[in-house]
Design a protein around this ligand. Structure first.
Ligand SMILES: Cc1cc2nc3c(=O)[nH]c(=O)nc-3n(C[C@H](O)[C@H](O)[C@H](O)COP(=O)(O)O)c2cc1C
Length: 167
């Protein structure tokens, strides 16, 4: 039970210490390794490091306060201009987001997923603030950084949720 899948936790407190660019790039590359419907890879990212932008995004959701204090936050966005692929948007971006969270833990950092899509008020605030073009939707925000808190395993396995061959 030692790998990052089991240890990853939502971490919301961060030291005032920058994240190395090579770590950040590996984290983003991990996101781009995710599976996606028809292998469409429609994800894009806005990396936020400027304090005025962190402050603004931290106010766009009641649960996003930690963005103001994280050295880096990533807005995960998805292109959705193909009707056939639209319906898989949330699954593609969810897989991408989880990959990012796992790589954050692998790098010895802490991170937290903040839900924006499908709350369209929050989505619109991000779109307006970053001038995101039509056909691209912000999906979530992930804050990351060095933290006093550790990724640590909690046992959530519940065998009553597993059904073999019939419900
Ligand atoms: C879709 C989604 C949206 C979430 N939104 C927020 C959020 O806005 N703010 C926050 O602090 N945590 C958010 N979380 C983190 C959850 O609260 C967290 O994953 C859950 O409590 C389990 O804890 P763990 O991540 O430490 O295992 C979100 C998680 C998911 C999957």
């Amino acid at each position: 039970m030692e790998n990052v899948i089991f240890r990853r936790r939502s971490i919301r407190r961060f030291f005032d210490k920058p994240v190395e660019q090579e770590k950040l790039e590996r984290i983003l590359r991990a996101g781009m390794q995710a599976p996606s419907a028809h292998n469409n890879q429609r994800w894009e990212f806005i990396v936020i490091t400027e304090q005025d932008k962190k402050d603004a995004v931290s106010k766009m959701s009641p649960w996003a306060g930690m963005v103001a204090n994280a050295p880096v936050s990533i807005v995960v966005l998805g292109k959705h201009n193909d009707e056939e692929l639209n319906k898989w948007f949330a699954q593609d971006l969810g897989a991408c987001t989880e990959n990012i969270l796992l790589q954050i833990a692998e790098e010895g950092l802490g991170g937290c997923w903040m839900g924006f899509y499908p709350d369209m008020d929050r989505v619109q605030m991000l779109k307006d603030f970053f001038n995101v073009p039509d056909g691209v939707i912000p999906f979530c925000v992930i804050s990351l950084g060095y933290s006093p808190d550790e990724n640590r395993y909690v046992d959530r396995a519940d065998v009553s949720k597993i059904h073999y061959n019939k419900y």
